[in-house]
Design a protein around this ligand. Sequence first.
Ligand SMILES: [Zn+2]
Length: 290
Amino acid sequence: MFHQIGDPWKGGFGPASEYCMPLDDFLDAADRIARKVPILSWNEIGENSQWLSKPDDNLDGVLLTFDDGYREHYQLASGIMLHQGWPGIFFICTGFVTGDAVSIEHAVAQLLHDGKWNHTFNTQILSEAAQSDFDQLNHRNQFKRIMSAYHSASESARSSFYTEIAGQMGHQSPNYVSPVQVKALTDSDLHTVGLHTHSHPYLPTLAEQSTHADLDAALDKLLQLTGRKPALFAYPYGGSSEATEQWLQENQFQAAFVTERYGYTPKNPLYQIPRFDACSHSFKQWVSQL
Ligand SMILES: [Zn+2]
């Protein structure tokens, strides 16, 4: 199970988050796995229903799953995976799916024009000296000053500034997949798109009514985006609940995934399929022992 896949050289998240794996590390791990064990698609498992109930404990295959629908899953990982023949399961949080990202120039100019530029944005990007007479400048010169600071800022400062500014424009999550990208993942023969709720709540403490409301909204939105009913679900933070499992059953989901420090065996119920967190020590250890 992967979260962010970043490429420190080409933008993206870089190694800032503990859940972010640089693209090269992901490719190394997947390559290592693929040499030893087949990387399966959910279709292959669906066509061979005994697969999940095989009595032996041999490692027969691996599923590569990606949570939260980060844009890098589509832009960096999914294409290379198609090329390599590595299927992926992409769990989408439908509330995070947003339109194509707005350009930084457009966002800054629009916020200045609308009088919505404020001191908090300045402190993120401008040096103290550059902030001091900022209010005296006209919009055109304010824009120039911000953009020159932006282009000389570090990769991670640019990334967090961009997220903040695009968020102000109503592009709440410019780092997540767009509708077109969700559709493209769905339409690829190799990959599978699964559901990861609408608003990424911690389900074990969520009331039944709110759970069902979130899940209904998520399913509606994913159907609208892809035209297909998903068969797979992943619990946010790996936390399952009875209300969720009941909803999954009612909506004919085939399987749901949690997060553990071990892999699947036929002893695991299909709504509690364990996964390794790819950024965890246990995963790295497991890969190194392959
Ligand atoms: Zn998640």
